[in-house]
Design a binder for this molecule. Structure first.
Ligand SMILES: Nc1ncnc2c1ncn2[C@@H]1O[C@H](COP(=O)(O)OP(=O)(O)OP(=O)(O)O)[C@@H](O)[C@H]1O
Length: 452
């Protein structure tokens, strides 16, 4: 049985990966820090190392060099963020076998491991969702994501809009704060459309370096540039007859916006290095947590493209706006965490329910999900207790005397003005800086009657 060492500081992710690999017949050890990994590596012999490059208090590249010094034949696969391709290439120069960009599917990592260990690779299933790999993450290892509809007015309205627009071919712009379920909404539109038998291709425009965006969108042919070692289809072709979901569309460079607009208008694309036009039939769904209309006014987003992608718009509500659904989501995330971490936590203590109700959840559903997953990991009893929650969830709004409120208000006002100045009065960016939602920022601007 081959022995694998995983080094990753995200404990929950690490354990999920460990379980998945154990289920696939490997002997797996994990380390959350570089120091620990090094001592484990010295003590016992491994066939393969799977390591993150960014580790607390340890340079991942140095760790790779150390491993290679101890055992020059060790196979190392590095896990990187999409934007870190440069360091991945450097890692390979230092002897890493390969790199894999996060998020990745379980099948992808399994294939790479098998290939590194020279094991036989089973043929990939040919189901339609194969091309949707960008939209999947390790979250899908243990649990097929369900979509919770919710019963609050805001949730019902969201479902109604999805139902209404899904069967049409209209392009949809989904706006909403970070973590409110924009991608889930885009997928629901696809699943309820006549395109559902074809691919849903999700692309995070914020994570694609602008130099490679053209080839990512439209593909390339072998030899068209250094590194184009074989023909590659782009996201447009992959989404043919299906749905192309462009997340964080506001992050596209101006040049890429022009290319995108042209492809949408002409419904034809050309791969980089090729003169052949290829017809594509894609429905476009986009998402942003920026104020695109403001970006248009400021000249950083093209107005023609804005209208082209915004035939219909949907706003995903913040968790604050769907508070009636909070425990519905909490219980669902508990079930999901139990499944992925192999735990049997039954519920939440009264204290925790009260804390959840008071907290304003700036990171919305994603934050709720992360808080619950972490809490499930830390819980040894039947129910999640306050101690398993991160402090910031229950340490808010505790000081409530009017004097404190007064000085707090002054301080808050000052911070808001400072953040707005710092971001050139871009409210989305200022809200991000202040770690509050855009809506909360607008409310506070009104509340303090700030004249901007
Ligand atoms: N209706 C829902 N039912 C179940 N889970 C949901 C639902 N909506 C969102 N989630 C979960 O909440 C998390 C955040 O959702 P999603 O990624 O769609 O948000 P987002 O708005 O696209 O985030 P970002 O702005 O950061 O890209 C995901 O893990 C998703 O599975």
């Amino acid at each position: 049985m081959s022995k694998i060492l995983i080094i990753e500081d995200d404990a929950a992710f690490c354990q999920m990966l460990q379980k998945f690999l154990i289920r696939n017949g490997y002997n797996v050890e994990v380390s959350f820090t570089g120091e620990d990994a090094k001592s484990k590596f010295k003590e016992s012999s491994f066939d393969l190392v799977l390591t993150d490059l960014r580790l607390p208090n340890y340079d991942g590249m140095q760790l790779l060099t150390d491993f290679k010094e101890i055992n020059p034949t060790i196979q190392v696969i590095v896990m990187t963020g999409y934007a870190e391709v440069g360091s991945a290439v450097e890692a390979m120069k230092k002897g890493a076998y390969d790199y894999i960009s996060k998020p990745f599917t379980p099948e992808d990592i399994l294939m790479q491991i098998k290939s590194a260990l020279n094991e036989e690779i089973a043929p990939k299933p040919t189901k339609k969702s194969d091309n949707t790999k960008n939209s999947q993450s390790m979250e899908n290892v243990d649990h097929e994501g369900e979509v919770i509809t919710g019963l609050s007015e805001a949730s019902l309205k969201l479902s109604e809009y999805i139902k209404l627009v899904a069967p049409t071919d209209m392009s949809v712009l989904i706006t909403g704060e970070s973590g409110t379920g924009k991608e889930v909404t885009a997928k629901a539109i696809h699943d309820q459309s006549k395109r559902k038998e074809f691919n849903f291709v999700a692309v995070d425009c914020g994570a694609i370096p602008k130099e490679i965006a053209t080839s990512e969108f439209f593909g390339h042919i072998k030899g068209s540039f250094t590194g184009a070692v074989e023909d590659k289809i782009g996201h447009f072709e992959a989404a043919h007859k299906g749905t192309l979901f462009l997340d964080e569309i506001g992050n596209l460079s101006y040049g890429n916006q022009i290319q995108l607009l042209r492809a949408l208008q002409e419904r034809k694309i050309k791969r980089v290095g090729s003169t052949k036009e290829i017809k594509v039939d894609v429905r476009i769904v986009t998402a942003t947590n920026e104020d695109l209309a403001e970006a248009v006014e400021q000249g950083s987003f093209r107005e023609d493209l804005f209208h082209r992608i915004n035939e219909f718009s949907i706003e995903t509500p913040s968790l604050e706006d769907r508070y009636e659904d909070l425990m519905l989501f909490a219980n669902y995330f508990l079930k999901k965490a139990n499944t992925s971490l192999d735990k049997q936590v039954q519920g939440f203590s009264q204290d925790v329910v009260a804390i959840f109700g008071k907290y304003h959840w700036p990171g919305n559903l994603r934050e709720l999900q992360n808080v619950i997953k972490r809490a499930v990991l830390l819980t040894t009893g039947d129910v999640v207790e306050k101690e398993a929650l991160p402090k910031e969830v229950y340490k808010t709004k505790e000081a409530d005397s009017s004097e404190e409120n007064f000085s707090k208000a002054d301080y808050e006002k000052e911070q808001i003005i400072k953040a707005l100045k710092q971001t050139n009065f871009n409210k989305s960016k200022a809200a991000k800086l202040l770690q509050i939602t855009r809506k909360t920022l607008y409310n506070k601007i009104n509340h303090y009657k700030l004249d901007l």
